[in-house]
Design a protein around this ligand. Sequence first.
Ligand code: CTP
Length: 398
Amino acid sequence: MSDLAGKKVLLGVCGGISAYKVAELARLLVKAGADVKVMMTESGQKFVTPLTFRTLTGNPVATTLWSDPGSPFPHISMSDEADLIVVAPATANIIAKMAGGIADDLLSTTLLAARGTVIVAPAMNTRMYLNPATRNNMRRIGEMGAIIVEGCEGELACRTEGAGRMAEPAEIMSAIERELSLSADLDSRRILVTAGPTREYIDPVRFLSNPSTGMMGYAVAERAARRGARVTLISGPVDVPCPAGVTLISVVSAAEMLTSVLENLEGSEVLVMAAAVADYTPVEKSASKMKKTGGVPELKFEATDDILKAVAPRKDGRIVVGFAAETDDVVANARKKLAEKKLDLIVANKVGEAGSGFGSTTDLAAVVSVDDPDPALVLVSKTELADLLLDRIRGLFT
Ligand code: CTP
């Protein structure tokens, strides 16, 4: 039996063609020892019958608020008894209902009544997925604590390619296993995380920056908070929702990030510098917009302060972690930074390759310390990488 023996999982199945893949997810969960109850929306039942899930799970399938004479409140009893709720496929509609607190059927009412963790696996047409209303709703449910497991771009049922495809059952299964085996092993540890790019303004409308999306730093903040840590996240401008329970400090420039890190260092036991801090900033910042009539500007840059180097003399027993995004000699270059910046750990990360680096949900990466023999880079999701890093950090506490 796996980790899931005896765990109770409530699976909410909505109306999307990938509902057929959720039958496979139910099978994987049952095989791993979980007790799986399924709740289906009306449209969910148009794609897969309740009998399929009844057969796979051995449990009756709930379809309406009114069907169970044994329990007049199935939305309360079923959410109370579940260790975890998983909504898959999660349509734009159920995500909107979750974001807006709408309770007009069994699943939406159950989700509104739920106290525990909810994993959401979105699946919809690309245009619906990219619609600002859906983006806002996804951001909102993320802020409210839902874990969103997104799939890679790919072929959709509507014969188009793009975002909105549901994550594969194995990926959703990994997220479930991670969540259910999670312990509060970082209980009350005070962790400071930086994330995202910085912007170095040239004039009020132009800046020097980089493609960092903040996903890595936000994943570290989110996982640390879920593992019980008290997390402060200092972030450059990004489009990622602040994880539930995390204190967010927004900054723009490298200089602001430095000031904020130094201000918050005192109260922290760990610093994780996942931000992609600009190395250069313009010497002069024009107060008004530079006009083309002034000709092509000749810009002069100066180096920004290296935040990790500024932190090194103030380490004072703190665990300090850096990231090294490298195109070549990834581990060797990371080791140099580990030594130069007096770090306890560094995440060596390959950039410039599909499936790794800026904007990717996965990374080809390794966590390296001075004592480690050279590790091989492994392809992991940013969430898995965050957990691997936090495992190493936890090891340094003991
Ligand atoms: N970093 C920092 N302050 C800076 C620049 C980078 O603290 N001004 C941190 C990053 O957050 C990261 C680590 O240093 O944790 C390595 O960043 P990276 O950009 O890979 O390295 P650099 O030191 O800038 O070296 P290079 O750009 O030459 O590779």
